[in-house]
Design a protein around this ligand. Structure first.
Ligand code: PGA
Length: 248
């Protein structure tokens, strides 16, 4: 049985004071639920969030990490540092990092390998852009991203992976994939995982959809059989909206 998992991706939004306000509102709204919940925030606020959410079931995630242990890598943050803070999850390969920061399948693969050696669970993002969808290349693109990211990853590690399917054309655009489009690709991803690792692993892998998930569309997306969760950008910045999505 896969447990639904809804994570917020705050991207480069909110400062300390806004985070404290959010946490107060969110903890007041938060009810015991069967849905796993996390917020992925900028590095500088991960320690603050861990403190604010201590004693609750709300987990904390980073939005990136570097694969080297330590060294002269100005501006980077290691997985060991995330572990030191008790961070639970780490987004890897978000399309914005691929687009603006030169993230490649090769660096994503190294990051996943490093994360799997430790205690932080990776959320691997894949997804095609608009041009690729218009050319009907979405399956090829996502398959290549998966193969590149998962190269040399063991079945045991793959089973604990979270994969977020985020079509780039639906991110921050208000243009959600239809539940059928989202399900179709999440099923494709599960089949690709099965081809690589077998049925037992494919059954365990949690697959999220991301791209303009809102309270209004969360339940129809979450009702799809291959969609186990959501990665929520804009709507996770508001405590009430994010709670309504968790309550789908
Ligand atoms: P969005 O972002 O919900 O604002 O579309 C999703 C994401 O980029 O993870």
């Amino acid at each position: 049985m896969r447990i639904p998992f809804i994570a917020g991706n705050w991207k480069m939004f909110k400062t300390g004071r806004e985070i404290v306000t959010f946490a107060e509102e969110f903890k007041a709204l938060y009810q015991d639920t069967d849905v796993k919940t996390a917020i992925c925030a900028p590095y500088v606020y991960l320690g603050l969030l861990k403190n604010l959410f201590s004693g609750t079931d709300i987990k904390v995630g980073a939005q990136n990490a570097f694969y080297e242990e330590e060294g002269a890598f100005t501006g980077e943050v290691s997985v060991k540092m995330l572990e030191d803070l008790g961070v639970d999850y780490c987004i890897i390969g978000h399309s914005e990092r691929r687009q603006y920061f030169g993230e490649t399948d090769e660096s994503i693969n190294k990051k996943l390998k490093r994360l799997f050696r430790g205690t932080v669970t990776p959320i691997l993002c894949v997804g095609e852009n608009l041009r690729q969808r218009e050319k009907e290349e979405q399956y090829l693109v996502v398959r290549d991203q998966l193969m590149g990211a998962l190269s040399g990853i063991s079945p045991e590690d793959a089973a604990s992976l979270i994969i977020a399917y985020e079509p780039v054309w639906a991110i921050g655009t208000g243009k959600t994939a239809t539940p059928e489009q989202a399900e179709d690709m999440c099923e494709f991803i599960r089949n690709a995982v099965e081809a690589l690792y077998g049925e037992a692993v494919a059954d365990q892998v949690v697959i999220q959809y991301g791209g303009s998930v809102k309270p209004a569309n969360a339940s129809e997306i979450m009702n799809m059989s291959n969609i186990d969760g959501a990665l929520v950008g804009g709507a996770s910045l508001n405590a009430k909206d994010f709670m309504d999505i968790i309550d789908f």
